[in-house]
Design a protein around this ligand. Sequence first.
Ligand code: ADP
Ligand code: MG
Length: 578
Amino acid sequence: MNNRIKKFLSYYKPYLRLFYTVMACALVGSAIALLYPLLTRYITKNILTNDLSNALNQIYIVCGIMLVLVVLQNLCQFVVDYHGHKMGAMMESDMRRELFEHYQKLSFNFYDTQKIGQLMSRVTNDLFLLSELYHHGPEDYMKYFIKFVGSFVILFFINAKLTLAIFCFLPFMAVFALYFNKKLNIALRRNKDRIADINAQVEDNLSGIRVVQSFGNENFEVEKFNYENNRFLESRKNGYKSEAYFYTRMDTFIQLITITVIVFGSINIVHASLDLADMITFLLYIAYLIEPIQKLTHVTTQFQDGITGFDRFMEMLEIEPSIKDSSNAMELKNVQGDVKFKNVGFSYNGNNQSVLNNISLDINSGDYIALVGPSGIGKTTLCSLIPRFYDVNEGEILIDGVNVKDISLHSLRRNIGIVQQDVYLFAGTVLENIRYGKPEATNEEIIEAAKNANAHDFIIALPNGYETDIGQRGVKLSGGQKQRLSIARVFLKNPPVLIFDEATSALDNESEKIVKDSLEALAKNRTTIVIAHRLSTIRNAERIIVLTDDGISEEGTHEELLSLDRTYAQLYNMQFVI
Ligand code: ADP
Ligand code: MG
């Protein structure tokens, strides 16, 4: 069996008992539905005989049976509606969790090429359609099959000729339904594309609403939105038109079949080869025969939507994280913090142009080194290789003499702290955001970390102190405050190796000074690599490394490099010019 089909079915596994119960109820419910016309026939036949007092008795008995059946059918319907949907929802939730867990594992180079909005819709929309299929698919097939075959067999035994006459219509109806199915599907697909466009635009607009307002471009944005909104409206109108055509023509078919039964039935009654009770039975069963064909479009659309959703789900799930633990990955313990680059070469995904070439670098435990060089030369890239955000293409990187590829990702990253220019804070309180550095930390530890990061004073001045909500991405804080929270987070994590990537670049002079103090406190007794474009901030580094197109071109203290009078001296002098 195809692997995907196996995988598709595997999600039923935890709920097999529920599934069988729901299917059994669907079966019993449909079988009961088939009985009503038969009971009606029985009553009518009794009335048509002339023994009316007996007929009355029979009517009461049949009425009793019908009431029992109604209750039974109701129970079955409840199980199908509630437990069936519940099963679908639980399966959907399992898949959603699996996909989310998978997202957590995928590597930086995957996210470099993806649109977040689309990844989100895979977790929500696509899976919803799939859960509908998981539940309604088998149940609908079963229901329609029972009703169609059951009513055909019953009618055939009552009057074969009339049954065959009705069946002449069915192939036409089926062809017609399938033709419209195609049209409806195209319309549905277009609707989905259009609504996805609207989603993307709204997301983009709301994320950038501050830019929109600062440029005063609200009207421009509304016009852009109107365009997409109208396109969606047009596409929906077209969809409804096809739908209306479909349903009205389907009704015409049903009316034609009804007329056929009435005309041919009456003729047969006149010729005494059919009685009134049989004709009524036929009229009642027509709906059962036609329902499956009427629902053909619905069922196929549901199937296609579900399968497309499943394919999109699997496409994502089948993407292997490009960076993961090797089979014999070890845990890093008691890290000293020696970092060594050995002939490292690197280029980004599918890009032949190498960013780093033949880089060798020895950083000893406790060193405080600075990395400088022109913008875009690869400083950030070099640092992101240490925690294995990307893997080197050539050479190797060692921590305490162990190749980073042989260390478990979790323990490797646990031991490296990064403070960047762009601070990402999660929506939530100050306390929650600092705790991110060590989920099991006590409140005392968190306050201690905040004090170390020079953040405590401003935090207690906030309206709710540590419990203050900082807004999405920390919009309610200043740049310097956000940076100090991110430093507190790293204090709490307490890693032996640190990377500061332009951590103070976006700050004004005053904030910069406070943040610099926090960073220096953090760097004490740890191996630290600092990237900074303000050369004044790295002047007192023990060792300065200059990265240029030719790799590491200079290395030494501030004074040594100035006296060399090469790239560093140029960069430094430029700053003075500025
Ligand atoms: P620096 O930090 O020295 O300013 P970077 O390390 O950020 O430079 O970038 C080095 C080069 O790699 C640049 O040419 C940049 O365009 C490219 N680059 C950076 N990040 C990515 C990425 N995620 N995917 C592809 N190319 C990238
Ligand atoms: Mg950079």
